[in-house]
Design a binder for this molecule. Structure first.
Ligand code: LRH
Ligand code: MN
Ligand code: MN
Length: 426
């Protein structure tokens, strides 16, 4: 299944007039406020979000998995699916591989396929939270933190193997997320496991090519329910500092206890030049991995507000690696990813509308009411015509979801791949 730009531009025609009226309306509104709409559209066109190789099949909960049919069962097919997303949205020009779920069999073929879809290889993710078949040691009681040296060595070697795989594809960063922790008080020694983790990460860091970055992801709980070794941004930040300059913290939106002020964490890390990457999703209770913006869109906007401010004001912080880390079992994964991409673009566009100068003045005058008004003025602006126009200018879809449906893409994928094909992943 492949869609071409011609099909998209033909289908765009039916909604073009409506789009132009809406675009004209917002462009005039913005001009009135002295904001250049084209400047925002340009930023949106350049914004690319990586799609994780594990989000293209129906996700499972531990209670069941319900296939959607037509799931990609090879890495090539996964790249084809991302190609569909990228052609429709012009926002999904990267893939993030999870190893060993998606080890390329034929590197040249994989690189060619990605190039054909204009997809680059973003961070590679290691996996020491599952035992691999034929593995000598088990991660049942932790990996990089394990009190058994042989287990730590195996986990370190796995991370080095992942770097080597990434190198062959052109990736420039490694994301490490550890399930390491304990489920019962007294099960492990906090200091010892932290030290082991630190030493192991330092060893991995030493193997990192000079133009690579290491991202350390944190998470408060799950699969362990009493303690997690890298439980929060502070622990990740400390470990990143111990490793060195090219090690950074990675924020996954779902990896916080309820009501955590994530935007403040983002601001703190950017201030220190240590925010490396981002996993987008949304949640109500825990690491729910729900569609981005589906539960707390205002929080997403506030996070983007800090990102926009931080990117502008913290030149020491490197460009961020953006990725969607959402997956669940009741939506068509491609429709879900289209919705997530749209939510990200909307929040980004709204954040770009915040009048930073006015906000600063209101803050200095302690005018709290004005501060809130400034933020909400941006948040309550319907920026969707700008997002749509950013796609039109790149020959992508005005309405990606509508075109996805009208082309009956899922039906074709089911016809091509079968009703029961399954994708690798969680
Ligand atoms: C852990 C996580 C991490 C993994 C992915 C599958 O909850 O967010 O990023 O690599 O899910
Ligand atoms: Mn994640
Ligand atoms: Mn997660």
């Amino acid at each position: 299944m492949k869609i071409d730009k011609q099909q998209i531009s033909d289908l765009n025609k039916s909604v073009e007039t409506k789009h132009l009226i809406q675009l004209d309306f917002i462009a005039n509104q913005l001009q009135h406020k002295g904001i250049d709409g084209q400047h925002i559209i340009k930023k949106l066109k350049d914004f690319q979000v990586a799609i994780p190789s594990w989000a293209l099949g129906a996700g499972g909960t531990r209670f069941g998995r319900f296939s959607f049919g037509g799931e990609p069962s090879t890495l090539e097919q996964k790249l084809d699916d991302i190609g569909i997303l990228h052609t429709l949205t012009n926002a999904a020009g990267a893939v993030s591989l999870h190893i060993p779920w998606d080890i390329p069999q034929n590197y040249q073929a994989i690189k060619d396929k990605a190039a054909q879809h204009n997809i680059v290889f973003d961070a590679v993710n290691s996996n020491t939270f599952q035992d691999q078949s034929n593995a000598k040691e088990s991660y049942k009681f932790g990996s990089l933190c394990n009190s058994n040296k042989a287990v730590r060595e195996q986990a370190i070697q796995h991370n080095i193997d992942v770097i080597n795989i990434g190198e062959k594809l052109g990736s420039k960063s490694l994301t490490v997320w550890l399930a390491d922790g304990s489920s019962f008080p007294g099960q492990l020694n906090f200091q010892e496991t932290l030290k082991n983790t630190q030493d192991s990460l330092k060893t991995v860091y030493k193997s990192l090519p000079k133009d690579w970055k290491l991202f350390i992801e944190y998470k408060p709980y799950e699969p362990n329910f009493y303690s997690t070794v890298i439980q929060d941004w502070g622990t990740s930040y400390m470990l990143a500092n111990e490793c060195g300059e090219r090690a950074y913290t990675l924020v996954d939106l779902g990896h916080h206890l309820p009501n955590t002020n994530i935007e403040q964490i983002v601001a703190t890390l950017l201030y220190k030049g240590k925010l490396g990457g981002f996993h987008f999703n949304d949640s109500k209770y825990g690491d729910d991995d729900l569609t981005v913006g589906s539960i707390k869109p205002y929080a997403l906007f506030l996070i983007f507000n800090e990102l926009v401010y931080g990117i502008e004001n913290n030149p020491k912080n490197p460009d961020l690696a953006w990725m969607i880390d959402a997956s669940h079992n009741i939506k068509d994964p491609l429709e879900d990813l289209i919705q997530s991409l749209e939510a990200i673009m909307i929040a980004y566009a709204q954040a770009l509308l915040v009048d930073q100068k006015q906000l600063k003045e209101a803050q200095e005058a302690q005018d709290i009411v004005a501060c809130q008004e400034i933020l909400q003025e941006a948040y309550r602006t319907d920026v969707r015509p700008l997002v749509r126009e950013s796609r039109v200018q790149m020959n992508a879809a005005i309405d990606p979801l509508a075109i996805y449906r009208s082309l009956e893409i899922r039906k074709t994928l089911i016809k091509e791949r079968g009703k029961n094909s399954t994708a690798s992943g969680l």
